[in-house]
Ligand binder design. Structure first.
Ligand SMILES: Cc1ncc(COP(=O)(O)O)c(C=O)c1O
Length: 384
């Protein structure tokens, strides 16, 4: 019987979330350089990392500002000195009191709106709380998740309502080209990036032509930020996944497998020799049930994740997490499994399909430098 090779990770209980310091630093630097090259500011979206320590490692997060996706994140980062924020999700009216408390305490947290009812609710809360909410109008640049088209008649009406106050101020416009994830070539991502840019710049022009202010012109997704050919008229990009990268970004051509900084450390807990399967203790709760890479076709489909040896470098070829129960992950190999090489107790690392979803199950990162576990960085993982 083969025994598992002892590693420096043996003292960590599994499943747990590892964060490779060197890869993180390289990813951060690449996007800082990219934004500088495009002549725009970077407002990183911290919904992926949800960690003040990660934010502190991003130069732009302090010098320019951050994006958040929940009020919980807004409060958490405000409490750690990140005072310039864009809360880039439509606000449930019941949360405006908490957002008012942040504004009153000195955090410049900008809100999103794309319809009159939302604008009126924000304005009423601003008046009630005796303060001014700065609001960005959300533009739909093609994803159709939310936002209004740049040419919508009501754009100027909403802008004027926000600019007039009381209780509100018009801060600018923003859009998120989430449909870049549906692209299957770099050329197609570039075209979406241009549509993203053109939409917000057109919206800005219409607002300005009506005599309204439009200071912030904000775009961003990791694919479009990576491949945009030019961003004339844009003031900032918001990307989030780039900090860790993931298998979907690899499939899109945004990064390489070697760039993925966040992995789940897991332990082999069972052999199903009759069925050619190995069981690990990272199932759906640890990896998420995100199957986004299935959309990349048979060559890009990574199941629930690909498998690295504990060293974080060696990809175990052909091995994938093919099924994910609550606590069990099931590995299969394209050409079968060498069970002798994966004895019970073996530590492995799983590369995530979608970093935001996988990380969300964990309340901390275990920093690693190659094979050496180091500091522990907390992260928030609730959203209310
Ligand atoms: C409004 C908004 N901005 C920026 C981003 C960041 O994009 P990505 O996840 O591709 O880094 C997202 C992601 O969902 C988003 O919803």
């Amino acid at each position: 019987m083969t025994h598992p090779v002892e590693t420096a990770f043996d003292r960590l209980d599994t499943p747990c979330l590892l964060l490779d310091r060197g890869r993180l630093a390289a990813n951060l630097e690449r996007m800082e350089t990219r934004a500088a090259g495009l002549g725009v500011a970077l407002r990183p979206h911290l919904k992926t990392a949800k960690s003040a320590e990660v934010a502190a490692a991003i130069p732009s997060a302090r010098s320019h500002g951050i994006t958040v996706s929940t009020v919980k994140e807004a409060e958490y980062f405000a409490g750690r000195g990140f005072a310039d924020q864009l809360y880039a999700v439509a606000t449930a009216p019941g949360r405006l009191g908490r957002l008012a408390a942040l504004v009153r305490a000195g955090t410049r947290v900008r809100l999103a709106a794309d319809n009159l009812a939302a604008v009126e609710a924000i304005a009423a809360a601003g008046r009630r709380e005796g303060l001014v909410f700065e609001v960005l109008l959300e533009i739909d640049s093609g994803e159709h998740r939310c936002g209004l088209p740049a040419e919508a008649a009501e754009l100027v009406e909403l802008g004027a309502r926000l600019a007039a106050g009381p209780g509100t101020r018009l801060g600018g416009v923003f859009t998120h080209a989430g449909h870049s994830y549906g692209c299957r070539s770099i050329g197609a991502i570039r075209a979406v990036a241009e549509a993203e840019r053109a939409a917000v710049v057109h919206a800005r022009d219409r607002l300005r032509a009506a005599g309204l202010p439009c200071g912030i012109v904000s775009v961003g997704s990791t694919p479009t930020a990576t491949f945009a050919a030019g961003l004339e008229g844009v003031t900032e990009i918001r990307a989030g996944v780039y900090v860790f990268q993931d298998l979907f970004q690899v499939g899109l051509g945004v990064c390489r497998i070697e760039d993925i900084a966040a992995t789940v450390l897991t332990t082999v807990i069972g052999h199903q020799r009759r069925h050619g399967r190995v069981l690990v203790d990272a199932g759906g709760l640890a990896l998420s049930k995100d199957r986004s890479t299935a959309a990349l076709g048979p060559d890009g489909d990574c199941g629930y994740g690909l498998v690295l040896a504990a060293d974080g470098e060696t990809l175990l070829p052909g091995l994938r997490v093919v099924d994910a129960y609550q606590e069990h992950g099931v590995l299969e190999g394209r050409d079968g499994i060498d069970f002798e090489r994966l004895p019970i107790g073996t530590r492995l690392r799983i590369l995530p399909n979608h970093a935001c979803m996988t990380c969300s199950a964990f309340d901390r990162y275990h920093l690693v430098d190659g094979m050496q576990p180091g500091a522990v960085w907390p992260r928030i993982h609730e959203w209310v």
